[in-house]
Design a protein around this ligand. Structure first.
Ligand SMILES: [Zn+2]
Length: 404
């Protein structure tokens, strides 16, 4: 299975990346140093920025490209596509164990300046395999400002065989000085059919389940996967989609808002529970702290732990906002379906499984009230982006969703 197979609906991006990987290979074969020398070499460059709608596959694209750069398939001699998926190069990159490919996962925490300086330093060394030294940052928008400035140094003064792969939701999420030095690739929202195919092929999901999940996921591959395989994600979605029927009176509106916010909070707490303690332990272990050393903490550890806890707290806030964001997307999808029904569209609906509820809401009022509700959901999203208190923002929305 080629490394590109998990990337769905991104034909143009794949074309560009495979062309770049070919040019990169020519550079290596010619023994040239520098990604910018030679005839076709302009197809290749040392810094790339992948953006696109949530879940479209930015990191998947970057990882596949990294594999293609390390691909050693004998078929390449015969004009095969770099990124065969079978050779040792591809395999080790995809399993994230290649010596010359460093994955920087934010795991929800912001990436600090210390990590980034170490990376830039590492990037300046020649790749052990003689090909490319690749650094993939899966959430470039979560760099602290100091870290972004350290990264800028690496991107500004590229070592000859270093490739930076940055992923971010949108180009505005990165420093202008960084993005101006990157080649920018924009992923599209993949079609539901393509996502369903992937879920069947890759995750062994039943075709009917895959189709429903892909539609409900609205182009977000990871969200679709979770809806297909995770019972809890499915029941969360159903809870959210009950809201349009619950907002008949003020009491129902307030109760629905409270439930939504509580659920988001519980999600964030559950996630924190599994991650925070381990991160703190790992940090302490890195400082060589262990119980039974007379209880004296190593120098600098208290400060580092405090710093970590601060980052964990801001991650919890963000997780809560993201969970609410998913709920709002589900609601938007619901009202878009209602509008489609009201306007007599016969196309596929995102929430086909909710047909009775959709029909009920669609026949209860005119399209104008649906448009008004869509605007209420969008207004809530904007309010959350502005850090308005979540309960206030969500209450304002559910009240505005009321009939009439
Ligand atoms: Zn390969």
């Amino acid at each position: 299975m080629a490394v590109w197979d998990d990337l769905v609906g991104q034909e143009r991006v794949v074309e560009q990346l495979t062309a770049a990987a070919r040019a990169a290979r020519a550079t290596v074969l010619a023994g040239r140093s520098g990604a910018v020398a030679g005839g076709n070499a302009s197809l290749m460059t040392h810094a790339w920025l992948f953006t696109g709608p949530p879940g479209a596959g930015q990191t998947t694209a970057a990882r596949a490209f990294a594999a293609a750069l390390q691909c050693t398939s004998p078929d390449l001699e015969l004009g095969g596509v770099p990124g065969c998926g079978f050779c040792d190069g591809c395999h080790t990159v995809m399993s994230e164990s290649h010596a010359d490919v460093k994955f920087v996962r934010s795991d929800g925490l912001s990436i600090g300046v210390g990590d980034m300086r170490a990376l830039v330093l590492r990037a300046s060394s020649y790749p052990t395999g003689g090909r490319w030294s690749v650094i993939l940052i899966d959430a470039a928008h979560r760099l602290t400002e100091a870290a972004a400035n350290a990264l800028l140094k690496g991107v500004e003064e590229p070592s000859p065989r270093t490739v930076w792969l940055l992923c971010a939701p949108s180009v505005q999420d990165t420093l202008p000085t960084i993005r101006s030095r990157c080649r920018h690739l924009v992923l599209r929202t993949p079609a539901a059919e393509a996502v369903a195919d992937l879920l069947v092929r890759r995750d062994g999901v039943e075709p009917a389940v895959a189709e429903l999940a892909a539609r409900a996921g609205q182009g977000d591959i990871e969200r679709s996967r979770r809806l297909a395989v995770d019972e809890q994600a499915r029941s969360r979605r159903l809870e959210v989609l009950r809201i349009p029927l619950e907002v008949a009176d003020i009491g129902g509106c307030l109760a629905a808002a409270q439930r939504l916010v509580d659920t988001a909070k519980a999600d964030a707490e559950a996630l924190a529970e599994t991650r925070d303690a381990k991160e703190t332990d790992d940090l302490k272990a890195a400082y060589g702290a262990s119980e039974g050393l007379g209880g004296k903490a190593p120098r600098g550890m208290a400060g580092a732990v405090k710093e970590l806890e601060k980052r964990q707290k801001s991650r919890a806030t963000r997780t809560r906002r993201e969970t609410l964001g998913v709920a709002l997307l589900d609601l938007l999808g619901f009202y878009h379906d209602v509008l489609a029904l009201q306007l007599g569209s016969t196309g596929a609906l995102a929430n086909e499984d909710q047909r009775p509820a959709l029909d009920k809401v669609a026949t209860a009022g005119p399209p104008e009230s649906t448009l008004r509700r869509i605007e209420a959901v969008l207004a809530c999203r904007r309010a959350l982006d502005r850090n308005v208190d979540p309960l206030l923002a969500v209450e304002a929305m559910t009240v505005a969703l009321r009939a009439g």
